[in-house]
Design a protein around this ligand. Structure first.
Ligand SMILES: *Cc1c(COP(=O)(O)O)cnc(C)c1O
Length: 355
């Protein structure tokens, strides 16, 4: 703290990202990166874009990328907004669409960046408790609000809300924007993007960090009615007119053009998840149903934080949240089959030790 700090900064409680360790050889299952790696066509496109042209500013509207996203999802490019990671897209959403006199609603257990943005942009919010089984109940959100946001599947639980429930919420909540954060939807969920044609209050946010294996490139996007996109463009053009660099635009465009690779790698991760769930069940872990590239697990006899530390001593990192209701859970990213086997062997060893 310094006397030079603004009042806003003095009161911020910044997000703490999952550890990005400098050590090599760690089995890194803590930040939901994709074990498959990006499409070779993405790497080629970035390579091809690495040229003297980098001295020039990129297209401020990233039109090539918006067209590729529009084509992939069968929507008009005018219904697409792109940003430097979906975190940046979400930041603009909070300021441009969710800051109103009534409180923003989101689940008590959810992506921990949401309350951080509320702090930064001074958005009033109210958390809605998940049900006992950690599912979202739409009826709990049917009250006056300035907006609603949740991930689907939810993070860090992995639980999926059926698309029919989202549609019911959109119909009953026509006066404010409903934001569905689909960071993990490609691992077993159904996207709400087709609904944007019917619901002007729906904004869907996706990232290339998870299913497209490009966390290091920093690209995300939103899909919604042109009026919602317009709000985001106004914020973006008041903040940074060139959020996506030339390499990001080239790589992200190629990622949407390689549907076959995308679908195949999603199937690979889903198969690894199902195998890991079976193995952990066999060890006595309780695993929440997951439609994501991570699972949320607890062991009835073992303290989660101690297990996380025991894994860490064996070179395996998973995520533990010291938060009410979930401090006995571990969030484990689906790695390669070899990484999952290493994890299962380590857990077997840890469980065989005295407590
Ligand atoms: C990973 C994640 C994001 C952020 O993705 P980036 O595009 O890497 O910024 C957003 N929302 C949820 C729920 C996530 O898990």
């Amino acid at each position: 703290m310094s006397r030079y700090w603004s009042d806003v900064v003095k009161h911020l409680e910044p997000y703490v990202p999952g550890e990005q360790p400098k050590l090599a050889n760690l089995v890194k299952l803590n930040t939901n990166e994709n074990p498959c790696g990006p499409s070779p066509r993405v790497l080629q496109a970035i390579h091809d874009a690495t040229s003297d042209a980098l001295r020039l500013y990129p297209d401020p509207n990233a039109e090539q990328l918006k067209a590729a996203i529009g084509k992939f999802h069968a929507i008009d490019a005018r219904n697409v907004f792109v940003g430097n990671g979906s975190d940046e897209v979400l930041a603009h959403v909070f300021l441009g669409l969710l800051k109103h006199a009534q409180p923003l609603l989101f689940p008590d257990i959810t992506y921990s960046f949401y309350p951080v943005y509320c702090g930064l942009y001074q958005v009033e919010f109210e958390t809605i408790p998940l049900a006992e089984d950690f599912s979202i109940h739409i009826d709990d959100y049917l009250k006056p609000n300035g907006g609603i946001i949740f991930p689907n599947p939810n993070a860090p639980t992995g639980r999926l809300l059926p698309i029919a429930e989202i549609e019911r919420l959109l119909r009953s909540n026509a006066d404010s924007v409903v934001v569905v954060d689909e960071a993990y939807v490609d691992f077993g969920g159904e996207s709400a993007i087709p609904l944007i044609a019917d619901y002007p209050n729906l904004l869907v946010v996706q990232t290339l960090s998870k299913a497209r294996s490009l966390a290091g490139l920093r690209v995300g996007f939103a899909a919604g009615h042109a009026d919602l996109i317009d709000a985001l463009e106004r914020v973006k053009n008041s903040f940074n007119s060139y959020p996506l660099g030339r390499l990001a635009i080239a790589g992200a465009t190629a990622a949407f053009e390689d549907r076959e690779y995308f679908e195949r790698t999603c199937r690979t991760v889903i198969a690894s998840r199902e195998k890991l769930v079976g193995d952990l069940n066999a060890l006595g872990f309780e695993v929440l149903p997951s439609a994501a590239n991570f699972i949320f697990v607890r062991h009835p006899q073992r303290d989660a934080e101690k297990s996380a530390l025991a894994l860490r001593r064996r070179g395996i990192i998973v995520r533990h949240f010291k938060l009410p209701r979930i401090d006995q859970f571990l969030r484990i990213t689906i790695g390669t089959d070899a990484q999952c086997e290493t994890l299962v062997a380590a857990l077997k060893e840890i469980l065989s030790e005295e407590t």
